[in-house]
Ligand binder design. Structure first.
Ligand code: COS
Length: 382
C-alpha cells in the first residue's frame, strides 16, 4: 500500500513552498495578471530558495527532488499563482532532456553553470503547424562538419524571451517522421536564434510565452542530446516525467478555488443565513472537495508509481488530464458560488478559471492524454 504520510523533510518542503506562495507570489498575482508583468524578482527569489531547478540532481546544482516532493511544492506554488508557477517550473521541463538524455560530460558542462546562478531555460518542441503531432515537426537540423545548422520556428514557448538556454527538437530528415527527430541544447547567445515578442494570453499572464526562430543557427555536435533520431523518444520520456507536476499545478489552482468558495460561503448571506447553509451551495462545495482530493491522490499516485520504477506514461497522463479537468470545473463552480461577484475582476476566482484552462492544453492537450491513456490501457488488455 502506498503510504502518503509526509516525512518531516517533505513537510518542511511543503511548508516552505506554501510560505513562499502566500508571502511572495499571491500578493503580486492580481497585478501581474492585470498587466501581464513578468515578475522576475519573484522568480529570482524562487531560485534562491531552491524552488526552481527541482529535478536537477544536487551534484549539478539543482534541488535533486523526486516527483512526489516536486508535486508537494508545485501544488503550493500554484495556490499562490498558476502563471508564476508555470514560469518557475519551466526549467524542470527544459532541463529534463539533459538529465535523461545528456552524457555525463554534457550534464556537467550544461547543467552546472546553468544552475550556479538564476537563469531560465525553455523546452522547444511545439511548432506553429501543430503541437499535438509532435512527430511531424518541421524544424530542420542539417549536419555541417562538427556542427548542425538549425532552421525553423517554435511557438508557445514558456519563458522564451527571458531564457538563456533552449532544448530544441528538430528533424534531420522529415521523411523519417519521428525517427528523424533529434534533440539539441542551444544557448540563446547562438547567432540566428531569436525569441519573438511576448504573447498576450488569456491566463498565466505572469508567465511569458513567445515564438523562437532558428535561422542558420549553428550548434556544435557536442550539444546534441543523445543519438540522431532519438529525440522523439526523449521528448516523450521527458513529458512522462513532467506531466505529473502539471497535475499538481492544476490541483493547486483547484484547491485555491475551493478555499475561496468555502470562505465566501461562510460570509455571504442570503435568505437570512450564510449561503453555506443552503443545500445548493453545500452540494457544490462537497463535490468540489471530492474532486480536489481525487486530483491530488491521482497526482501523488502517479509520482509514487514512477518513483517505484514505472515508466509513467499512463499514470502521468491520467493525473494531468483528471487534475486539469478538475481545476477548470472547480474554478467554474467557485465563480458560480460567488454569483455576479465571481465574474468581476475585483474578485479572485475568475483568474483561476482562466489559469485552469491552460492546464488542459499545455504539456499535451487533454485529447492527447486520453489517446495516450486509451492506448496504454488497451495494451494491458491485448
Ligand atoms: N516513451 C518512450 N517512447 C515513446 C513514448 C514514451 N512515452 N511514447 C511513444 N514512444 C515511441 C513509440 O514507442 C514509437 O517508437 P518506434 O519508433 O520504435 O515505433 C514512437 O515513439 C512513436 O510513437 P507513436 O506511434 O505513439 O507516435 P504518435 O505520433 O502516434 O503519437 C503522441 C504520439 C500523440 C503521444 C505524441 O505526439 C504526443 O505526446 N503529442 C503531444 C506533444 C505534447 O505534449 N506537446 C506539448 C509540448 S510541451 S508544452
Amino acid at each position: 500500500m502506498p503510504d502518503f504520510s509526509l516525512t518531516p523533510e517533505q513537510e518542511s518542503l511543503r511548508d516552505a513552498a506554501r510560505k513562499f506562495a502566500r508571502t511572495e507570489m499571491a500578493p503580486h498575482a492580481a497585478e501581474c495578471d492585470r498587466t501581464g508583468r513578468f515578475p522576475e524578482e519573484v522568480y529570482r527569489k524562487a531560485y534562491d530558495l531552491g524552488l526552481m531547478n527541482l529535478n536537477v540532481p544536487t551534484e549539478h546544482g539543482g534541488s535533486g527532488l523526486g516527483l512526489f516532493e516536486q508535486c508537494l511544492i508545485v501544488e503550493e506554488l500554484a495556490h499562490g499563482c498558476g502563471g508564476m508557477t508555470t514560469s518557475i517550473i519551466a526549467n524542470c521541463l527544459a532541463l529534463e532532456p539533459i538529465i535523461l538524455g545528456g552524457s555525463p560530460e554534457q550534464q556537467t558542462r550544461l547543467l552546472d553553470p546553468f544552475c550556479a546562478q538564476y537563469q531560465l531555460a525553455s523546452f522547444c518542441l511545439t511548432e506553429p503547424s501543430g503541437g499535438s503531432d509532435a512527430g511531424g515537426l518541421s524544424t530542420r537540423a542539417r549536419r555541417s562538419g562538427d556542427e548542425y545548422v538549425l532552421d525553423g520556428e517554435k511557438c508557445f514557448i514558456t519563458n522564451a524571451p527571458h531564457a538563456s538556454l533552449y532544448t530544441v527538437f528538430a528533424t534531420i530528415d522529415p521523411a523519417l517522421h519521428h525517427r528523424g527527430i533529434t534533440a539539441f541544447a542551444v544557448p540563446r547567445s547562438t547567432p540566428g536564434v531569436t525569441p519573438g515578442p511576448d504573447e498576450d494570453k488569456m491566463g498565466h499572464r505572469a508567465s511569458s510565452t513567445s515564438t523562437v526562430r532558428f535561422e542558420g543557427a549553428r550548434v556544435p555536435v557536442a550539444n546534441r542530446l543523445g543519438p540522431e533520431g532519438e529525440g522523439f523518444s526523449l521528448a516523450m520520456r521527458t513529458l512522462d516525467q513532467t506531466r505529473t507536476p502539471i497535475g499538481a499545478l492544476a490541483t493547486g489552482i483547484a484547491q485555491a478555488a475551493l478555499d475561496h468558495a468555502a470562505k465566501y460561503a461562510l460570509e455571504r448571506r442570503t435568505f437570512g443565513k450564510p449561503i453555506g447553509e443552503h443545500q445548493a451551495i453545500q452540494i457544490k462545495l462537497a463535490n468540489m472537495a471530492q474532486a480536489v482530493r481525487a486530483a491530488r491522490l491521482l497526482t501523488w499516485y502517479s509520482a509514487w508509481t514512477i518513483a517505484g520504477g514505472a515508466k509513467g506514461t499512463l499514470e502521468s497522463s491520467i493525473a494531468k488530464c483528471f487534475a486539469s479537468d478538475t481545476a477548470l470545473h472547480v474554478a467554474d463552480e467557485a465563480i458560480q458560488t460567488f454569483g455576479g461577484y465571481g465574474y468581476m475582476r475585483a474578485y479572485p476566482v475568475e483568474k483561476l478559471l482562466r489559469d485552469a484552462k491552460l492546464t488542459q492544453i499545455y504539456e499535451g492537450a487533454n485529447e492527447i492524454q486520453r489517446t495516450v491513456i486509451a492506448r496504454e490501457l488497451l495494451r494491458e488488455y491485448a
